[in-house]
Design a protein around this ligand. Structure first.
Ligand code: DX5
Ligand code: ZN
Length: 225
């Protein structure tokens, strides 16, 4: 049986003055909470860093999916694992030796993820899949929430899914950017099984209900794919 889809609401679209409450609002419905760390270097935007993640970690039991949009992840990423992140994803474009960093993350107690931005081809990274727990395909250009989903990114998702299936790998295939009720089915059909959603969850009247609807759509699409 296929593993059930992961829905990971992104707190980038939440109210930063009430982060603990916003995270608790999705307890019981979210599988992971997606935490977008941006450093104003790798991407132009600036969000939150390790002290906030460490504090927020104490506020909920939901696993944290930390997405590091930062330069020099070798220096910073293991700290997020030590702070209790479930999964730490760093960008291929920012890392010289992804396998080495993935091993360090696992040794520090988290799962290891590699992210591929909009303008980066995925082929060179397919051979690294056995060393990873998650592979994140950006379906926008990393840096800002609320952007429009780019369906042409789904070719990358299909390529990765083919490789995961061919090699029987235990890797979560995550998509991030513009995921919502109008796009999640196509991403699931292409082979994604973990879905980040910021605006579609925290922009909704009832975030928990939005998550349940997204999960139902993803599950249905994966069955018919
Ligand atoms: C953007 C972030 C995304 C963002 C997604 O670079 O990586 O996680 O929060 O937001 P939406 O779902 O609004 O596109
Ligand atoms: Zn993200």
């Amino acid at each position: 049986m296929e593993p059930s889809p992961i829905i990971a609401p992104s707190i980038l679209a939440a109210d930063f003055a009430r982060l603990a409450e916003e995270v608790r609002a999705v307890e019981g419905s979210a599988d992971w909470v997606h935490v977008d760390v941006m450093d104003n270097h790798f991407v132009p935007n600036l969000t939150i860093g390790l002290p906030v993640v460490a504090s927020l970690r104490q506020a909920t039991a939901i696993p944290f999916d930390v997405h590091l949009m930062i330069t020099d992840p070798d220096r910073w990423a293991p700290g997020y694992a030590e702070a209790g992140a479930y999964n730490v994803t760093f960008h291929a474009e920012a890392c010289e030796d992804p396998v080495r960093l993935a091993k360090r993350l696992r040794a520090a107690g988290s799962k290891a993820g590699l992210a591929i931005d909009r303008d980066t081809a995925v082929e060179p990274y397919l051979e690294l899949l056995p060393y990873l727990d998650t592979l994140l395909i950006m379906t926008i250009k990393a840096g800002f929430g609320g952007q429009k989903f780019l369906p042409e990114m789904l070719d990358k998702v299909r390529d990765v899914r083919r490789r995961i299936t061919a090699k029987s790998l235990q890797v979560r295939l995550e998509v991030d950017g513009g995921i919502g009720a109008d796009t999640i089915a196509q991403a699931a059909e292409a082979g994604a099984d973990a879905f980040v959603a910021g605006t579609a969850v925290y922009g909704a009247e009832d975030p928990a209900e939005a998550i349940r609807k997204l999960r139902a759509m993803a599950t249905r699409a994966a069955v018919t794919a």
